[in-house]
Each structure stands twice: as structure tokens, then as C-alpha cells.
Design a protein. Structure first.
Length: 307
């Protein structure tokens, strides 16, 4: 038996609970891992709320929170290639196993070995934030010297996008609340505080001719406010707002495969995609970790140290 943090029905924070469960049995194409570190993401509370229930793998309640983790392979299901028992790995729990637990199952095609020299803590941040940053900037395909606006730069994904964009020699402007300024500027972002005045006016002052690309991590009214700042609406990439095609933009095309995980790990090793980790919680403090992310107060990446 091992401890897990999850929920017994869909709803708000009140449905969350700790519970014990037997080690999951890896199915076809899955690996059982002992979790060392798990990432915390906005997707976690969306899943708990029932808004993306298709990601639960059809598993019965109680369900475990968490979509990404790093740990050690304990067992292999059928038809698993390229991984062995004892491997240090990181990846996605795309079949509903959850990662805020002592053990869990990851989808083997969406899991990769952790390269030598990369910590499990860093590796655990890469499946969601790291690969999203790679995907969004690859989709934009901007040349060195181009300007990109990261709308909502202060969170784990936003800072990953900004750091990678700076590594690609892009000029990066980012929007966020006052509390997010320090971390954003530390990675090379020209920061616009949306609580301090007119975001559009501030952005136009910095980039009068419009942005070559926009990566939006906020959605809703904020996306609609900044989208006209793009010189070409097709170069507005939204990570979470599926309505962006109505504005002429595109939803980020996600690549969750092992190859993209390995690429993100190499970029992290090279210091180009090193995450900004601002909080490391024990599993017993998982409620506070998720609350920080759900309330929008997290600057950078929040992780849970399980083992």
C-alpha cells in the first residue's frame, strides 16, 4: 500500500483527500514507477473539477491528482520498448494513474530516461512546462531578433517559454502581476505589470510595429486584449484557450512523445530550458501546493517531493 493525494468525486478543493491504495499494476504500454518528484499544474485542478474528465483513463474514483513525474521504474507492462526496471525516468501519467502518490503508472511512449547530470526535480517539470515551451516556439518558428510577447509570463509554463525564447535570441516581453516581475526579469524578460496600467499601451510603447509572435497562457478576455498586438494573427499561439482560431490564431500543437521529452531534457542540461522552481513541497503538503497553483499565486514551477 502507498499513500496518494486525489479526489473521490468531481468538484472543488473540498473533494480532495489523502488515501492509501495498492501499487497500480502496469497495463499494456505502461510502466510502474516509484515517484520521487511530481509537478503541479493548472491542469490538475481542471481535472479534479471534471472539466477534462477524458484524461482520467476511465479509472474509478478515487482518482489521483498530478500529470507529470520523475522516478524509478519498478515494473513493466506488456509491449514496453526502450525502458527497463531500475531506469530513472520522467514522463506523463496519460492513462489516469495520477502522480501525486508514492507509486504510479506512466504511459511508456510518453516516458523517457533521465539523462546523467539532470536531477529528478528538474526532470519532473519538463513533461508539461518544458515540452509546451518547445512546442509553442517551434510552432511560431521565429528567427533570432524577432519579438515575442508571453502573455502570463510568471507561471511555470510562461517562464519556460521566456527562458527558451531568450535562448533562441528572441526579444521577449512578458505580462504578469507585480509578484511575477522578479522571476521574469531574471530570465531576461522586459516585464509589463498588468496591474499598473494599460497593457496594450505599454506594449505598443516597447514594440510600436507589433509583435512577431504571441504565446498566450491566460486566455479569455486577456487573450482578446493582446491578440491585436500581433503583426500576423496566425502567430498568436494559445496554450489553453481553444477559441483562439476565432481571432485568427492557433492552439499549440502538443507533442507528448519520448523524443520531445528527450529533447527538452537536453535543453535543460544545456541550461537553455532550466526551470524556475520556486516551491518544493512534501507529499503531506500537497493541498497547499495545489492551492498556490489554483489560486494563480505561483511564480515559476511548484513541485512535490514524494520520495
Amino acid at each position: 500500500m502507498g499513500q496518494a493525494w486525489g479526489f473521490g468525486r468531481y468538484g472543488g478543493p473540498e473533494v480532495q483527500e489523502f488515501f492509501d491504495r495498492p501499487d497500480p499494476v502496469p497495463g499494456r504500454g505502461e510502466v510502474l514507477i516509484r515517484v520521487e518528484v511530481a509537478g503541479v499544474n493548472p491542469l490538475d485542478h481542471l481535472l479534479r473539477s471534471g472539466l477534462v474528465s477524458g484524461l482520467d483513463g476511465g479509472r474509478p474514483f478515487p482518482l489521483v491528482l498530478g500529470m507529470e513525474a520523475a522516478g524509478t521504474v519498478l515494473a513493466l507492462g506488456e509491449d514496453v520498448d526502450g525502458l527497463e526496471v531500475g531506469d530513472a525516468v520522467f514522463g506523463f501519467a496519460l492513462t489516469g494513474g495520477g502522480t501525486h502518490a508514492e507509486t504510479t503508472v506512466l504511459s511508456a511512449p510518453n516516458t523517457a530516461r533521465i539523462p546523467a547530470g539532470l536531477s529528478a526535480t528538474v526532470a519532473a517539470t519538463l513533461p508539461v512546462a518544458g515540452t509546451t515551451a518547445v512546442d509553442a516556439l517551434d510552432q511560431l518558428g521565429l528567427p533570432a531578433g524577432a519579438t515575442v510577447l508571453v502573455n502570463g509570463v510568471g507561471g511555470g509554463v510562461g517562464l519556460a517559454v521566456a527562458r527558451l525564447a531568450v535562448g533562441r535570441e528572441l526579444r521577449v516581453i512578458g505580462t504578469g502581476s507585480t509578484a511575477k516581475r522578479e522571476h521574469a526579469e531574471a530570465v531576461g524578460v522586459r516585464f509589463i505589470d498588468y496591474t499598473a496600467g494599460d497593457v496594450v499601451a505599454a506594449a505598443r510603447e516597447l514594440v510600436p510595429d507589433g509583435f512577431d509572435g504571441i504565446v498566450d497562457l491566460v486566455g479569455g478576455a486577456s487573450l482578446r486584449t493582446v491578440a491585436p498586438l500581433a503583426r500576423d494573427p496566425r502567430n498568436v499561439i494559445a496554450v489553453g484557450d481553444m477559441s483562439v482560431p476565432d481571432l485568427g490564431g492557433r492552439v499549440v500543437e502538443r507533442r507528448l512523445d519520448r523524443e520531445n521529452l528527450e529533447r527538452s531534457a537536453r535543453l535543460a542540461l544545456d541550461g537553455v530550458l532550466t526551470p524556475v522552481i520556486t516551491a518544493v513541497h512534501p507529499l503531506s503538503d500537497a493541498p497547499a501546493a495545489l492551492a498556490t497553483v489554483e489560486n494563480g499565486h505561483a511564480s515559476g514551477k511548484v513541485v512535490i517531493k514524494v520520495a
